[in-house]
Write a protein that binds this ligand. Structure first.
Ligand code: NI
Length: 176
């Protein structure tokens, strides 16, 4: 079911979400299905459970070849529950981000360039991956939502924050 995405200003987006303890439950499957439907409907690159008002540590992300992110290699669809992130180098990288909870806007956000992440799939099976570039950026953006952090709260240069159609002429005005 497609759910309403909360927008910045809604205090639920600033809350810290709780770990999932009950894996392989109908509730968790239904939540992930709704998140997938909602992300697909809005053509997003990722979505976190708190964005649909559920304060659990669940994120999804993934995209095929996307003209909106021509520099980004396709990322397989991933369900990540109770994520743990580990920084793998001191390097940071600036990049444009949007958010379904901050519609119509983009901002330049510094993120770790390389990271490791671990967590659980929908059935409670643990997995680990390494990521860099846009993949690493998406993981950091989505996992931030679980701690009540929206991308503008990570920005250092607000001269590079504004409406997508003005900042990035020709870009699709939809958000990730
Ligand atoms: Ni977001």
């Amino acid at each position: 079911m497609i759910r309403e995405v909360l927008r910045m200003g809604d205090l639920r987006l600033l809350a810290r979400s709780q770990p999932v303890v009950d894996f392989d439950s109908p509730g968790l499957s239904a939540l992930i299905e709704d998140m997938q439907d909602t992300m697909g409907h809005l053509d997003g690159a990722g979505l976190a459970a708190p964005q649909i008002g559920v304060a659990l540590r669940v994120v999804i992300f993934g995209f095929g070849a996307n003209p909106r992110y021509p520099e980004a290699a396709p990322l397989p669809f991933t369900i990540l529950v109770n994520p743990e992130l580990t920084r793998l180098s001191d390097e940071e990288e600036d990049g444009w981000e949007g958010c379904l909870s901050v519609p119509g806007l983009r901002g330049m956000v510094p993120r770790w360039k390389r990271l490791g992440y671990a967590g659980y799939d929908v059935s409670g099976k643990r997995f680990e991956r390494e990521a860099e570039g846009f993949h690493a950026r998406v993981v950091q953006h989505e996992c931030d939502h679980l701690d009540g952090i929206l991308y503008p709260m990570r920005m250092r240069d607000f001269s590079r924050f504004g409406f997508t159609d003005l900042l990035l002429p020709g870009a699709d005005p939809a958000d990730d």
